[in-house]
Structures are given as structure tokens and as C-alpha cells.
Design a protein around this ligand. Structure first.
Ligand SMILES: *[C@@H]1O[C@H](CO)[C@@H](O)[C@H](O)[C@H]1NC(C)=O
Ligand SMILES: *[C@@H]1O[C@H](CO)[C@@H](O)[C@H](O)[C@H]1NC(C)=O
Ligand SMILES: *[C@@H]1O[C@H](CO)[C@@H](O)[C@H](O)[C@H]1NC(C)=O
Ligand SMILES: *[C@@H]1O[C@H](CO)[C@@H](O)[C@H](O)[C@H]1NC(C)=O
Length: 200
């Protein structure tokens, strides 16, 4: 009798530990050796945002995007391969040294990539709680040193700290583009810019 109570509490502790380890499997980074497939998700540290593969509405095209994790419904705030969807649902998102982020289809062809043209020793991709997706050197989390950040490449949504407007240093403009349709995130008929002429 005594023993089985002990066994029981052992099992309960075990189940508890298992449930913790289940929670901690939510990851917010991927490195060059990890493979991120269709069905996997990155969850930002505080659980605010999630990144993964998705197909909008009834579309059969596959995209990699970021959405609010806790808000139900379509809350996509950013899309990577807006104009080059996966036509088969399965795909892979990969960080490739020295500083490339790529989406491959199931025949291993690159359907979308970004090249930071930076030589990183150990680049990782991280989804931050602000909704910013950043490519950075694993040991360097200084915001100024990010190799690339989605906040500088907007889709149709701004978030509280997105970089909207003209960067006077790089000359790069960040603006919003509407989706073509609810099922097609490629740039639609409307763009929204900050008028940088005259006084701010
Ligand atoms: C990537 O992360 C995995 C899991 O944490 C780790 O085992 C692996 O060594 C890491 N690879 C690099 C290149 O850091
Ligand atoms: C993968 O992408 C390549 C190049 O875009 C394309 O030719 C091929 O048909 C794609 N494969 C699948 C299964 O969609
Ligand atoms: C990325 O850019 C570097 C430097 O410009 C170049 O050597 C490399 O081939 C590029 N990689 C891809 C995948 O385009
Ligand atoms: C965008 O413009 C094209 C050409 O003017 C038009 O045919 C289409 O209906 C427009 N789409 C939307 C969503 O307004």
C-alpha cells in the first residue's frame, strides 16, 4: 500500500516533468544545423508571436509568416515569401552560413531567400516578443548588430517598434503594401508611405 502510493507520486512527478519539458520544447531560435519544417513553429520567448508555414484562406499555396499566437483567427503580421509561395505544402526554412535565410520546397529548390551578404560565424534566426524576426550572430544580441530584421521589411502591418519610413543612413524606405487578396499576400494595389519631404 505504502509502496504503491510512492509509485503513484513518482508517476505524478514524472508526468509533471514531462509536461514541463513539453512546454520548454517551444523554441524561439533556429541555427544552421536545425531543420525547420512545415508544421514546426518558432514561438517568441513570452509566447506573443509565432512563426511557421501557413496557407491563407482556401489557398493551397504555402507561405512562411508570423502571427499572434494567442489571438484566434487570421492575425498574420508578416510574410517572408510573399511573391514566391510554395506550391506544395511541405517546405523547409533554413539558416545557411554565412548569412542566408532560405525557404526550400520539397525537391530542395530554393523558392525564396535573403542574403545579408555578411559573414557570420554562427548565424541564428530568432523570433522576438516584439514580433521582430532577426538574423543575428548567436553570441551577439545587440540590436544594432542584427544582420537582418523583418522590422525593416514590412508587409501590410506595422507593430509598435517597426521601422516605418525612410532610414536616412541607409536610404532604405520601409512602407506597407496591401495584400492582393485575402488569399494572396503578394503586393496589392495599395501602398502606404511616409511623406519625408519638408518638415517631419
Ligand atoms: C544548434 O542547436 C542545437 C540544439 O540546441 C545544437 O545541438 C547544435 O549544436 C546547434 N548548432 C550550432 C551550429 O550551434
Ligand atoms: C520546387 O521549386 C522548383 C524551382 O522553383 C520547381 O521547378 C519545382 O517544381 C518545385 N517543386 C515542387 C514539388 O513544387
Ligand atoms: C550571398 O552574398 C555573397 C556575397 O555577396 C555571395 O558570395 C553569395 O554567393 C550569396 N549567396 C547566395 C545564396 O546568393
Ligand atoms: C487592383 O487593380 C486592378 C487593375 O486596376 C483591378 O482589376 C483589381 O480589381 C484591383 N484589386 C483590388 C483588390 O482593388
Amino acid at each position: 500500500m505504502k509502496k504503491s502510493t510512492k509509485d503513484m507520486s513518482f508517476i505524478i512527478v514524472l508526468l509533471f516533468l514531462l509536461s514541463i519539458s513539453k512546454i520548454s520544447t517551444a523554441i524561439d531560435t533556429i541555427n544552421t544545423t536545425q531543420i525547420f519544417r512545415d508544421g514546426d513553429t518558432l514561438v517568441s520567448y513570452g509566447g506573443v508571436f509565432e512563426l511557421g508555414f501557413f496557407s491563407p484562406g482556401n489557398s493551397r499555396n504555402g507561405y512562411v509568416g508570423i502571427w499572434y499566437k494567442k489571438i484566434p483567427g487570421n492575425t498574420v503580421v508578416w510574410v517572408a515569401n510573399k511573391e514566391t509561395p510554395l506550391t506544395s505544402v511541405s517546405g523547409i526554412l533554413k539558416v545557411i552560413e554565412p548569412g542566408v535565410l532560405a525557404i526550400l520546397n520539397n525537391t530542395n529548390n530554393i523558392v525564396w531567400f535573403l542574403n545579408t551578404s555578411t559573414v557570420a560565424q554562427n548565424p541564428i534566426l530568432q523570433l522576438l516578443d516584439s514580433g521582430n524576426l532577426v538574423l543575428r550572430e548567436a553570441r551577439d544580441d545587440n540590436l544594432e548588430n542584427f544582420l537582418w530584421q523583418s522590422f525593416e521589411y514590412l508587409s501590410d502591418t506595422t507593430l509598435p517598434s517597426t521601422k516605418f519610413g525612410l532610414n536616412y543612413v541607409t536610404g532604405k524606405e520601409s512602407f506597407l503594401s496591401s495584400w492582393k487578396t485575402n488569399e494572396d499576400p503578394s503586393p496589392g494595389n495599395f501602398t502606404f508611405h511616409l511623406d519625408t519631404t519638408g518638415y517631419p
